[in-house]
Ligand binder design. Sequence first.
Ligand code: PLP
Length: 379
Amino acid sequence: MKVDFINSSYRRYYAAHKDQILKALDKCFSKGDFVLREDVDKFEKNLADFCGAKYAVGVNSGTDALKISYKALGIKPGDEVIVPSHTFLAPIEEIVHLGAKPILIDVGEDALMNVDLLEGLITEKTVGIVPVHLSGKVCDMPRIMAIAKKHNLWVVEDACQALGAYLGKKQAGTFAATGCFSFISPKTLGGAGDAGGIITNDRKVYEKLLLLRNHWNITQNALLGHQPKAPKIMDWGYNSRLDNIQAAILNIKIKYYPAMLRRRRAIGMKYEKGLKDLPIELPTQQPQQIFQEYIIKVPDIWKFKKFMQSKNVELLIRDTTPNHKLPGLGLEQFDLPVTERIAKELVRLPIYPELTDAEVDYVIACVREFFAPAKKAKK
Ligand SMILES: Cc1ncc(COP(=O)(O)O)c(C=O)c1O
C-alpha cells in the first residue's frame, strides 16, 4: 500500500466533485467573471455565516490576510507586536515587512502561545498581539483579550490552521479585531492554489479591509454591492483580491466542510487509539479543535521518516530549526526553550478526509512496527 501526504487528497476530492467544479469554472469563463464578481461576494457571505462573524473579506492568501489586518489596525514602523516563533513564518514576516518589530514569545507544551509570558513582553512600544491557532487548536483567547484590553492593544488571530475550531461557544477568528484564514490547497478548506480570507465584526475595520485589498479603490468593491464610504483621503493599498474562480471553487467545498472536519476528527481519533501505547508523544487535544494536522513527537525523526518511506508512507517534517534561529533573519536574540526543543521532534502524519480506513490502519501498523517491532505491518 502507498499513502502519500496530501496529493491523493486533491485527486480524490476532484474525482468526487468534478462535475460541480467544471460547471463552476465554465460559468466563470462564460460570463467573464474573474475579478471581484458574484462568487467572491457569495464566498464572503458563506465564510462569515460559517464563522458566525458579521463580515468577511476575500483576499489572495493567509499571508495577505495578516498583512492587511495589521495595516487596517494601524501598525507603524517601530511598533512592537508579540507573536510566537513556533508558527509558519507568515505572521512574523508581515510584521517585519511593515517596518515593525516582532517580539517573539515561547509556546507551552501544547505548541500554543504561553499566555503566562505575555505581560512580561509588553513595553511602551507594543501595539498588538498575534496568537496563532496552530494545528486546529485555539489559543487561550479570553485571557489574551483581557490582557490586550488592559494594555490597549489590538489582537489579530492567525486562524489559518483553525477554520471551524471552537473555544467555548466562539469560533477561532471571532474573538479579536480580525481573524485570518488561509485557503491554500493543503488547508482544511483548500482551494486550487492560493487564497485567503479575513473575518471581523467591526464595520470600520471591514471597510478598511475592503479598501486595502484593492488599491484603496472602492469602484470594484462596489461591483460586489459593498460600497464603503468614499474615503475622504487616499491611502496606500494592495492588490490582494481573492480570484473569482477560487471563490467559485471554495463555494463548492464549503458545503462539504462540516462533513470533512468530522472525517478528519475520526482519523485523528483512530491515530490516537492506535498509537497511544507507543513510546511517542501524541498531540495534546482540545475537545472542539479541528484536525488540520496530526503531529507526533518522536525522538529520531529522520530515522523514523526513512523507515516510513521504506513502507511507502509519506510524512512531512518541517521547521526543525525554529524561525528565530534561521540564519539571516536577525531574530537570534530570542531565547525560547520550549520552541527550540519541540522543533526538532515534530513529524506530521497524513490526515485528510479522503484517506480510507484501510490506509489509516496501514499508517498505524507501520508506526507500530517501527516503535514496537514485534508486530509486523501487513503490506
Ligand atoms: C499559521 C499560518 N499562518 C499563515 C499562513 C499563511 O497562509 P498562506 O500560505 O495562505 O499565505 C499559514 C499557511 O500556510 C499558516 O499555517
